[in-house]
Design a protein around this ligand. Structure first.
Ligand SMILES: Cc1cc2nc3c(=O)[nH]c(=O)nc-3n(C[C@H](O)[C@H](O)[C@H](O)COP(=O)(O)OP(=O)(O)OC[C@H]3O[C@@H](n4cnc5c(N)ncnc54)[C@H](O)[C@@H]3O)c2cc1C
Length: 380
């Protein structure tokens, strides 16, 4: 139980115009957009972690807007308009993030994104090749870029990959340093007077006419005029009925690898596996498809099934023949659901949410944050 002092209440918990729950990419972008639109607003962002503890500081840093197998898969469930509308959102979100933070600051590198096909994936590759012209026309209309997708088989050897028969390059894809991106957002938010409070878990929010009360796990309550919930994979802790399913994603990074050829970001098996170079290290993640049920959790952690598979694929597919030592392993929690579309809406008077980033938050987070800010400003 934490009992705030009079000074705490007076300084930190009084006259809050908008309280944002979650200091990930969405919460911080929403806070920055609110402050830019209305500088006098008192904005407080609270986060249960002593650092943001969800996905924004724990992801792979792919600045990607759609690999061909992923989009073909989406087209099985949704109309072409819906699928390419989301591609547009991802593209615009990345441009926005780059404009807010700066390419140099977040070490944005336009190294291209590659989809990897093993000999067993021949049918899937053919499907992509047959759709390539149509996809390129769609992409050109959205991004202005000609030939977004190209077959890149001639680069397989120069990347040092094993067991790879084909590659398709997305020439518009890049990668960022996730840690630098989040540090820059936190710094920018504090610099414009946004308060960020860490270690504060909200377990209940309630509208009471013209204010909202927030109950903290530590046993005290405070009020804000409006609340925006931006806790993504943890949304059901506050809204048990919401169509958001937590999805854990496990990742590893190697020590620097002597002789590493790999450069760029890579997707394998419809994006269930992803790897990239981080300088001369390899970051490798995925494998959720090996055990969907166990990975539907808000608990951070690693499992032998997934980590052993990552280890095996690392030496068979990603960097065969190189001496690989694992430096670090971790996990993050994403927010998925029955649809890949974000839930951005007013939930109750004064209470709004922007959750379910569908594992694409690096790409869409800045746009969703800005749209959430607009919703908060325009609604009661
Ligand atoms: C391993 C991994 C790899 C990924 N790779 C990519 C990628 O390459 N490209 C891409 O576009 N996306 C990627 N993603 C997805 C992307 O990181 C997320 O979509 C994005 O970070 C979500 O941002 P967010 O702000 O919505 O949520 P989060 O970053 O999860 O932030 C939510 C915050 O809410 C806080 N919180 C939760 N509950 C409460 C509560 N009750 N009270 C107070 N605070 C609370 C949490 O501590 C957390 O900090 C990846 C995700 C993971 C896990």
């Amino acid at each position: 139980m934490y009992v705030p002092s009079y000074w705490d209440y007076d300084q930190l918990f009084k006259n809050i115009d908008v309280c944002i729950i979650g200091s990930g990419i969405v919460g911080l972008n929403a806070a920055l957009s609110l402050k830019a639109a209305s500088p006098a607003l008192q904005i407080t962002v609270v986060d249960s972690g002593f650092l943001p503890y969800g996905a924004s500081t724990r992801n792979a840093g792919f600045a990607c807007f759609g690999s061909m197998t992923e989009l073909l898969d989406d087209l099985q469930q949704e109309s072409a308009d819906q699928v390419f509308e989301r591609v547009k959102l991802r593209w615009q979100g990345l441009l926005r993030l780059r404009a807010i933070i700066g390419d140099h600051e977040m070490e944005y590198e336009p190294l291209g994104g590659y989809e990897v096909f093993t000999p067993a994936d021949e049918a899937s590759f053919e499907l992509c090749r047959n759709s390539m012209n149509e996809f390129n026309l769609r992409m050109e209309a959205l991004t202005g870029m000609k030939q977004t997708y190209t077959v890149a088989d001639e680069k397989i050897a120069s990347m040092g990959l094993g067991n790879t028969k084909h590659m398709i390059c997305n020439n518009g894809e890049g990668q960022i340093n996730t840690g630098r991106m989040m540090s820059a957002l936190i710094h920018k938010a504090r610099a414009v007077g946004i308060t960020i409070l860490n270690g504060l878990r909200i377990y209940e929010i309630q509208s009471n006419g013209n204010s909202v009360s927030l109950a903290c796990e530590d046993g005290f309550t405070f009020k804000a005029k409006k609340v925006l919930v931006a806790n993504n994979g943890f949304a059901r802790k506050l809204f048990p009925e919401m169509d958001v399913v937590p999805a854990r994603a496990q990742v590893l990074i190697t020590e620097p690898v002597e002789g590493l050829k790999l450069k760029g970001s890579f997707h394998y098996e419809k994006g269930y596996y992803y790897f990239r170079n981080v300088g001369n290290r390899i970051l490798f993640g995925g494998g959720r498809n090996l055990d969907f049920e166990t990975e539907k959790t808000t608990e951070f952690g690693l499992t032998p099934l997934i980590q052993n598979t990552l280890d095996r694929l690392l030496s068979e597919l990603v960097a065969p023949g190189l001496k690989l030592n694992i430096a670090h392993r971790w996990s993050g929690i994403m927010g998925l659901g029955s649809s890949k579309t974000t839930i951005l809406k007013k939930v109750n008077p004064g209470i709004f949410c922007a959750v379910r980033m569908g594992g694409m938050g690096v790409a869409i987070g800045s746009m969703i944050g800005s749209q959430a800010a607009q919703l908060v400003l325009e609604s009661d």
